[in-house]
Structures are given as C-alpha cells and as structure tokens.
Design a protein around this ligand. Structure first.
Ligand code: EZ4
Ligand code: CO
Length: 409
C-alpha cells in the first residue's frame, strides 16, 4: 500500500485549520491535523515544501518507520512546527491503517479500556452571575466537569473569558486567534488575580456544591512562588486540577509548587516531545499530561508519553481547544478510550461551519465522548466545503503589565 498523493489543505470555516490528506495506491484516504494556532502557514509550508515530497511512494503501513524517518532525517529536532507536521502524517497513517483493517483506530491501539470518555467544558464570566449562568449552560449540555475562568477586577480582558469585546466589535471567544493584521493587546496583574480567584471558587462551591469537578487554567502567567500560593489558596475548593500554573519551559519550577500544595497539577499544552516531561514525570511533579496529539507528533509518540506517565500514576488530560481540528480531536479520543491511565478530556465544541467541513462520527452524550466505530479515525474532510473558506490572518493576543512590560498571555 503506497502513498500516491499528499495534499495540504488550509481552510478557515470558524477559524484556521491545516489538514494533511494522504491517498494510497489502493484508494484509501487518510487525514491528519497540523493546526498550530496563529502560526498555521508555517506548518503548511513545512509539510508542502519539505515533507510531502518524502511521502510519495512510501509504504503507508509503516507508521513507526515513517515517524522515525521524519523526526531523525530532518536533523533539526522538536519544536511545535516540526512536531505538528509530523503529527499530521502520523494521524493520517493511523487513519489509513484503520480503514485498511476495517477497524476504528482505538481497536488497533489495544481496544477500549472504558465505555466513554469524560470531558470537561469551559465556563466563564465577567462577573459571578454570568459565570454561574455559563456553568449551568455547560451542565445543560451534559458536561459533568467544568473549567472556571473569570475576569479580574481592574483588568480589561483576560484569557479564558468569553464574550469580551474585540476590536472588530464581534464576540471574542478568547480561543480562536483573532482575525486581524496584528495581535490584540490585553492587560495583566498577577497580584489582583491571586486575590480575586479564590473568592470566585468560594462562590462557585457555595452555589454548585462540593461534588462538581472544577478545573482552572493559569495559562503560564505565574512565578513558582505565586503558583504555590494559588495552589494553597485553592485547596479548600478541591480542584480537579490547576493547569499551566508557571511557564512550562522550566520543569524544575514545578518542584517548588509541588512542595507547597496538594492541588493537583496539569501541564503541557505547549509541549511537543517526551523530553519536555522528563523531570516532571520521573519526579512526579504533575498529575496530568496536557499535550495535544496534534502538537506532540501524533498518536504514536503520545501513546509512548502516556505509557511512561502511567508508571508514575500520572494520567492523561489531552488538550482539546477549538484550535485542535475535529481530526486531532478524534485522534485524542481513540487514545483516551484505549489507554489505562485516562484522566479527563478537554472538549470545546466547534462551530457549525467547521462541522460541515469535517464530517465527524464521534459523539458526546451525557458528558461522555466516544470516537465511534467507523474504520480509521472516523472524521472525513469535505474538500468542497473546505474550499469555500480561504486562510485568514489571525493572531493570539498577548499581555502587557500596567507599566507596559510584555507578560505571558
Ligand atoms: O489558549 O489552545 O486549555 N486550553 C488552553 C487553550 C489555549 C489555546 C491556544 O491556542 O489553554 O485555550
Ligand atoms: Co490551557
């Protein structure tokens, strides 16, 4: 089974997506997600200029060999652009293998280890009534675990809070990079945030009770000692996890955080290889691995990272914002269903236009996702529909402190 054709398709239904589409000599079509939010065209060029020519005539069954070839033959290793490009190839080859075998990918990974995949959704609000309303809306959609993000008094706009105004006047859902020629500037004040956030969790617990699993994302904005302080302050509210509390490049930072708090820690959405987790996993400094399959080289290396993590009782919390396409989401779901150390899956729902471009067979019922039983990944790209939405320049926002210093967003 030879790879006969490889195409890179960039489409922008609700936001930009990069998809690799492979066709084999016997007519199987496989797709993989290569979307890197705000840097999409770099991955598209990496694929079309440097990877596509290497794929033609390769044996489509040799997933591991192709992965090692693309990783090692480039000489230059790691990095989000490279690893997203390799991820797309890996996913597309798993999709093809599943179709050739007549099995969903999770069966090829060892079969189901559970009946369904518990997902968490993103609730947010500028004030408590808006936040409570958002939590209730997510519960109505079936979510049984909820991430809580709120505005901070004195700050104009903060990551994770929906319905803030953006320059175009359109609703800004914080998550798609904004379609504009330049990135939006937001403001930040860690002291104000640390003071405010525990009061929000106090209010949410008294409104919704002690049973609802709650999560929070610090989005890399704290120093280790600030993160330690927040982890301690949130202990009474029994979080499922505190995510990305410090900039993730410095693994040693988590030692200090860990010494001070029993709030479970999740990290890694900006990571792209197992090496980014080496200290975190072997020293048991985290509880959940946050990588996206799309940004970590695909299903093959992600399974290895999660198997490594399992030896240390660390579980999965695979990244699933809307900048992961439905293809990358399906890849995550096949892994989630098959591995033993599944923790939780992030699931933000895509918009209607995206759902027409990517025909999906995964389901979300009563808070639980399932990848479905179609052979392969179970997502098909509608090329005609994709063609209606050309790429649009879009950037993620960035932060400045009150004195004008650039800060982590
Ligand atoms: O900001 O994926 O946990 N989810 C997140 C996401 C990230 C986006 C950046 O592209 O932190 O919302
Ligand atoms: Co996050």
């Amino acid at each position: 089974m030879r790879i006969e054709n490889a195409e890179v398709i960039v489409t922008s239904p609700d936001r930009n997506f990069v998809t690799l589409r492979l066709t084999t000599s016997d007519g199987h079509v496989g797709i993989g997600d290569a979307t890197l939010n705000g840097r999409e065209m770099a991955v598209a060029a990496y694929l079309s200029e440097h990877v596509v020519p290497l794929l033609i005539n390769r044996d489509a069954h040799r997933i591991e060999d192709t992965w090692q070839f693309l990783y090692r033959s480039a000489y230059w290793r790691r990095g989000p652009v490279t690893m997203a490009a390799i991820a797309a190839v890996d996913m597309a080859l798993w999709d093809i293998k599943g179709k050739a075998a007549g099995m969903p990918v999770y069966q090829l990974l060892g079969g189901a280890s559970r009946n369904g995949i518990r997902a968490y959704g993103h609730a947010s609000g500028r004030d408590l009534p808006e936040l409570f309303d958002s939590i209730r809306k997510h519960q109505d959609l079936g979510y049984q675990a909820i991430r809580v993000q709120t505005a901070v008094p004195g700050l104009k706009s903060v990551y994770g809070v929906a319905a803030q105004a953006q320059s175009s006047g359109k609703r800004y859902d914080y998550e798609p990079a904004q379609r504009a020629a330049l990135p939006a500037e937001e403001d930040w004040d860690t002291r104000a945030y640390l003071k405010h956030l525990p009061t929000v969790f106090e209010a949410v617990r008294s409104e919704f009770g002690e049973d609802l699993p709650l999560l929070h994302d610090g989005h890399h904005r704290m120093t280790p000692i600030q993160a330690a302080k927040l982890g301690k302050a949130l202990e009474p509210y029994d979080l499922f996890w505190l995510e990305d509390c410090t900039p993730a490049e410095n693994q040693e930072a988590l030692r200090l955080v860990r010494q001070h708090t029993t709030t479970p820690l999740a990290i890694g959405e900006v990571f792209n290889t197992v090496w980014d987790y080496q200290t975190l996993i072997t020293e048991q400094l985290i509880d959940y691995v946050r990588s996206a399959v799309t940004h970590t080289g695909g299903i093959s290396p992600m399974k290895k990272i999660l198997d490594f993590a399992a030896q240390y009782q660390i579980k999965s919390g695979i990244h699933g914002p809307t900048d992961i396409s439905p293809v990358g989401m399906a890849a995550a779901l096949h892994l989630d269903l098959s591995i033993h150390n599944f923790g939780i899956q992030e699931y933000m729902q895509h918009g209607d236009a995206t759902n027409l471009v990517f025909e999906q067979s995964f389901t979300f019922v009563d808070g639980y996702l399932h990848p479905g039983d179609k052979p392969g990944l179970g997502v098909e790209l509608n090329v005609d529909e994709a063609g209606k939405y050309p790429y649009q320049t879009a950037y993620l926002p960035y932060n400045r402190l009150h004195d004008g210093t650039v800060h982590d967003w």
